[in-house]
Ligand binder design. Structure first.
Ligand code: BGC
Length: 441
């Protein structure tokens, strides 16, 4: 039973792997696509961010069609989009084709960023749900690492190197598409479509015979109304507070600065006068730390709970950023301490807010509104991600490293206080128990 659920989660997490790969692969191609397409700095900025615009569209698409066609079919569609995007961008000879291909990839990233964690949450037994949904974050992190490594290995393959880098993604896309044939549809979605017999069969396989009937009855209770939900339903007085928590936590996951490091580490190291040769070494250290501490989260998230984990993580992130800021203020940026604080910061993020945000976002909303609620929360994440990515280099230049990292440290503190006061603990309970608990708040 456990093996079956793990297999399903691993298949769904391939969506996370493609998400990580697709957002990271572009960094290695920049130096080659810029001259090839004759891009100015602004043009390059638009080309790189075209994926993020696609993401925003994809998230809304997932919220709508995910309810209509089911989690599994729409994930298959995302797999096809990843494939088309990969082949399309790798073979593009004119900029417009390249941009369209990247936007299609963004659509797929947006869809996968919602449906993979949501699908796992809807299939996982309550006891292991945190760990299983966190597999998706693990896959994102692995995807980022694979992109960095494959870019590094392919850089010497001649003038078409960037095409090969982009084409690599076609392989996991095909794998995701075909492996989805092996997994069942989400039982919660099946019940919502009135397909209770099929839902029961799935629940027997994932939770065992005894629990399955009970769980089915609970799910049916939450889905008595058969009318389709709309985005407007999210504004109902009982749902609104959950929506706020989803949005605010998603925004905090980004404005506490993770992608300033993930996307700009070489720039930060250059800023403190370290050479470019160590870029690969830094990437490996950052990616490796991210991977190891995501594994730590996998072990802890169902024991400590999401809330405690995020609190410890935010505190640690704040201290590391404050340390980094102090180094900049006192001009002590040449030593190894910069690297230690950066790796410490990554470690605390990876063991807490990284996976926990995705887990909580997939758990907060009632069955009837999960895909729509989650899509609004995650759209906020992508918008926040885009803004931080654009603003960070300007902050670093205009405000100095000291003030910039102090601001991010204070945002970590704000996150800590917010979670302490507003975020409910969701570990161990079924999605239906949570739904009841939240409805009575
Ligand atoms: C975040 C991404 C980030 C990644 C790093 C994810 O949870 O949403 O923005 O790049 O973690 O590991």
């Amino acid at each position: 039973m456990k093996g079956y659920v793990v297999l399903i989660s691993v298949v769904a997490a391939l969506g996370g792997l493609l998400f990580g790969f697709d957002t990271a692969v572009i960094s290695g191609t920049i130096n080659f696509i810029q001259p090839y397409f004759g891009l100015s700095e602004t043009g390059l900025g638009w080309t790189v961010s075209s994926l993020l615009f696609g993401c925003i569209g994809g998230v809304f698409l997932a919220g709508k069609v995910g309810d209509h066609y089911g989690r599994k079919k729409v994930l298959m569609m995302a797999a096809l989009l990843f494939f088309v995007s990969s082949v399309g961008s790798a073979t593009a000879h004119v900029l417009i084709f390249f941009l369209i291909a990247r936007i299609l990839g963004g659509l797929a990233v947006g869809v996968a960023s919602i449906l993979s964690p949501m699908y796992i949450a809807e299939l996982a037994p309550a006891k292991y749900r945190g760990t299983l949904v966190s597999l998706n974050q693990l896959a994102i992190v692995i995807g980022i690492l694979v992109a960095f490594f494959s870019n590094y290995l392919l850089v010497g393959t001649g003038e078409n190197n960037w095409r090969w880098m982009l084409l690599v993604m076609a392989a996991p896309a095909i794998l995701l598409f075909f492996s989805l044939f092996m997994v069942p549809e989400s039982p919660r979605w099946l019940v919502a479509r009135g397909r209770t017999d099929e839902a029961l069969q799935v629940l027997i396989k994932t939770s065992g015979k005894e629990s399955a009937r009970l769980e089915l009855a609970e799910i049916e209770l939450t889905l008595t109304k058969h009318e389709d939900s709309t985005f407007r339903d999210l504004l109902a007085p009982k749902i609104r507070p959950l929506l706020n928590i989803g949005i605010i936590l998603a925004v905090f996951q980004q404005i506490t600065g993770i992608n300033t490091i993930m996307y700009y580490a070489p720039k930060i190291f250059a800023n403190v006068g370290q050479s470019n040769d160590s870029a690969l070494m830094q990437t490996i250290l950052i990616g490796g730390t991210n991977l190891i501490f995501t594994l730590v989260a996998l072990v802890l998230i169902d024991r400590f709970g999401r809330k405690l984990l995020i609190q410890i993580g935010s505190l640690g992130m704040m201290l590391m950023l404050a340390g980094l800021s102090a180094l900049f203020f006192t001009n002590h940026t040449s030593g190894v301490l910069v690297l230690i604080f950066i790796l410490g910061y990554i470690a605390f993020f990876a063991a807490s807010l990284g996976p926990a945000l995705w887990v909580v976002a997939a758990e907060l909303f009632p069955n009837r509104l999960r895909s729509k609620g989650m899509s609004v929360a995650i759209v906020s994440l992508w918008i926040a991600c885009t803004i931080v990515t654009i603003v960070f280099p300007i902050m670093l230049e205009k405000l100095s490293g000291g003030i910039t990292f102090l601001i991010f440290a204070l945002i970590c503190l704000a996150n800590l206080l917010y979670v302490l006061k507003y975020v409910p603990e969701t570990k161990g309970k079924t999605l239906e128990e949570l739904e009841k608990q939240f409805a009575s708040l």
